[in-house]
Design a protein around this ligand. Structure first.
Ligand code: ARG
Length: 260
């Protein structure tokens, strides 16, 4: 009789801890309260000022990154939680463990690779130049000595910084740079192509120059050395690519005729 009770208990323990057993060998599973109904959280750090990748719809953060991360979390049997913050806080959030991943249209760069690891890439992007419709500036070569607006801490910021004699005005939000351009406070904005299209749609009298700056690749940042999480995300991303779900998400936010 006693034996039976014990084995039943063992089964119960197994069922309760299954979620933890199946996913991670982390020490957190030992201190688990054993709530099998609650999914483990995947916390995503982002900066929701970057349509169509992340932006607010009411009080929800939506967009390509939000949908991809939710689909990745689902593949991993986890539940996504989004933390909105300044763009230049995302890497720190990931390195400190405040967030598990950084997904923010984030370009893979050598500098960032010193602090975080990146998953496989899920999108290619460009840096473009926005000017006023009547601007004399026609390409990157004519930005020397100009006032250039960027979002603080982005690759656009890094490029603009390299332009000879240019003054770089750094804004917390990309759209603030676009508004400053509209108001004639600056001469150009350097920013990622897809948000540029969204911003120019919303701000009259501006255009995007044909000549783009660079090709870049977006990926999800994870804590350095967390290969287990990185590989799980890569597997999930591969599944989403194979099943067509990734294309579906992109198509939901970017119309085919405007996609690069
Ligand atoms: N791709 C650029 C970078 O990685 C800009 C990303 C900005 N993202 C955002 N969510 N505000 O620096």
């Amino acid at each position: 009789m006693k034996k039976k009770v014990i084995s039943l208990l063992l089964v119960a323990v197994c069922v309760f801890s299954m979620a933890a057993c199946g996913s991670k060998k982390e020490d957190s599973s030992t201190g688990d309260s054993g709530d099998a109904t609650k999914k483990e959280k995947l916390v995503m750090a982002t900066n929701a000022e970057f349509p169509p990748y992340e932006f607010y719809e009411g009080k929800d953060v939506v967009g390509i990154d939000a949908d991809i991360a939710a689909a990745v979390a689902e593949e991993m049997g986890m539940e996504l939680e989004i933390e909105d913050m300044a763009f230049d806080s995302i890497i720190t959030a990931v390195t400190s463990g405040k967030a598990d991943i950084g997904a923010a249209g984030m370009t893979v760069t050598e500098d960032r690779l010193e602090n975080v690891d990146f998953t496989d890439t899920y999108a290619t992007a460009t840096q473009v130049i926005i000017v006023k419709e009547d601007s004399a500036i026609t390409g990157p070569d004519e930005l020397n000595g100009k006032k250039i607006g960027v979002q603080l801490g982005t690759t656009g910021d890094i490029y603009a910084d390299d332009i000879e004699d240019a003054t770089v005005e750094r804004y917390n939000k990309g759209f603030e740079a676009v508004q400053a351009l509209q108001q004639g406070k600056i001469d150009a904005v350097v920013i990622d192509g897809e948000p540029a299209k969204e911003f120019v749609k919303e701000a009259e009298g501006l255009k995007i120059l044909d000549e783009a700056f660079t090709e870049e690749e977006y990926a999800i940042a994870v804590k350095k050395g967390n290969d287990e999480l990185k590989e799980k995300i890569n597997d999930a991303l591969a599944n989403l690519k194979d099943s067509g779900k990734l294309d579906e998400i992109v198509a939901k936010y970017i119309s085919a005729d405007s996609a690069e």
